[in-house]
Design a protein around this ligand. Structure first.
Ligand SMILES: NC(=O)c1ccc[n+]([C@@H]2O[C@H](COP(=O)([O-])OP(=O)(O)OC[C@H]3O[C@@H](n4cnc5c(N)ncnc54)[C@H](OP(=O)(O)O)[C@@H]3O)[C@@H](O)[C@H]2O)c1
Length: 339
């Protein structure tokens, strides 16, 4: 059924959208979400109607579902789940980045749309991953906060994820030895073979700290932390004197499971460590340089991409559960429509 005709496309009268059914308890479950059918509202003054094509799933959304993400408004039961997407403006066909939420069509303020600007040959989905917020996070962590010297050992946890995959490659390009901490043998294989880490350690292996010690014989000079408290403790125990630690992701805090990670004060004092918290919005000033440099690396094939792609809007709840329970490797994306 066609709702209204625009300059280029027939827009259906109704669309699917995914709302929060109930607040998650721990790792989100599929039943925490509900698929609804809703009218596609024509855009109001100053708005544009966009069609969601590639929807980005990101860990920060977990915090919004219990109102704990400081940078985004809380989501209440019945509310649309938020999310960024590569989308098309219905009237013009222009490709944009838009905050569509988990729905097929969204009327959004025209001023909030960001035209997609990517080097030739780079897939549009890169704007959600390596050339989007996860990539900028990795770029800020490595080039501004960790600043590895040639020969330094840099450890990255969540090493094959959207942020980790980029961070490991940027640290290696700076001349560091890179060691991945990842969940499971398959991700460790991907870390070394796809992302080029020097070595990889499986955080689920009971003897992973011994494997880490073997992979870091001279200690850890830089650590990008995006894992649980046990990983933080295990890596900090290998910290070299003068080590730099960047706290970027706390999945146990996000899922509200386990005990919050504690920092070992004596060890940090003895190693004269610098511990920095990272919030990507503080590093927006790096965005133009990041887009130029990392865009060129991706276009030249010197920085590899990996995506965990799910088909259809209805797959978003299961894909989100997978992301928040460590099932993904690469950037999690839901293909909502064909481009
Ligand atoms: N501070 C900031 O400004 C900022 C910006 C962007 C992202 N982040 C954070 O950075 C982290 C990575 O983001 P991303 O988008 O690249 O996600 P991602 O790494 O693609 O996916 C999340 C990964 O977390 C890992 N993980 C480690 N310990 C876990 C645990 N106890 N429970 C569940 N998962 C666990 C899993 O990988 P393994 O199983 O391989 O360990 C999982 O695949 C997230 O924590 C995110 O919140 C922070």
């Amino acid at each position: 059924m066609t709702g209204h005709l625009t300059g280029r496309t027939a827009v259906p009268a109704a669309q699917r959208r995914i709302v929060l059914a109930r607040r998650p308890d721990g790792v989100p479950a599929e039943a925490d979400f509900r698929v609804e059918t809703a009218a596609v509202a024509p855009p109001g003054p100053g708005e544009a109607l966009v069609r969601t094509v590639h929807l980005s799933l990101d860990p920060y959304v977990r915090g919004t579902l219990t109102g704990r993400d400081l940078g985004h408004p809380p989501v209440r039961p019945g509310d649309l789940v938020p999310g960024r997407a590569v989308a098309r403006v219905v009237d013009t066909g222009e490709w944009v980045l838009a905050e569509t939420g988990w729905q097929e069509y969204a009327a959004v303020p025209s001023t909030s749309l960001r035209p997609l600007s990517l080097p030739p040959g780079v897939p549009r989905t890169a704007a959600l991953g390596a050339l989007g917020t996860p990539g900028l996070t990795a770029y800020a962590a490595v080039t501004r906060l960790l600043r590895p010297a040639v020969g330094d050992t840099v450890v990255v946890s969540s090493a094959t994820g959207a942020v980790g995959g980029v961070a490991g490659q940027l640290a290696a390009l700076a001349g560091a030895r890179t060691v991945a901490v990842a969940g499971g043998p398959e991700k460790c294989r991907i870390a070394v073979e796809h992302f080029g880490y020097t070595a990889a350690v499986d955080r689920h292996d009971p003897s992973w700290t011994e494997a880490l010690a073997a992979a870091c014989p001279d200690g850890v000079d830089g650590y990008l932390h995006m894992a649980g408290g046990a990983v933080l403790e295990g890596v900090l125990n290998r910290l070299a004197v003068g080590g730099r630690v960047v706290l970027c992701g706390l999945p146990e805090n996000a899922n509200e499971v386990g005990t919050p990670a504690a920092l070992p004060a004596g060890l940090l004092m003895r190693t004269r460590a610098v511990v920095r918290g990272l919030v990507v919005f503080d590093h927006e000033d790096l965005a133009p340089r990041f887009a130029r440099r990392v865009g060129a690396l991706v276009a030249e094939g010197r920085l590899r991409l990996l995506e965990d792609v799910h088909e259809g809007l209805e797959s978003a709840p299961a894909a989100f559960r997978r992301l928040m329970s460590g099932g993904n490797a690469g950037k999690t994306i839901v293909r909502v429509a064909q481009g």
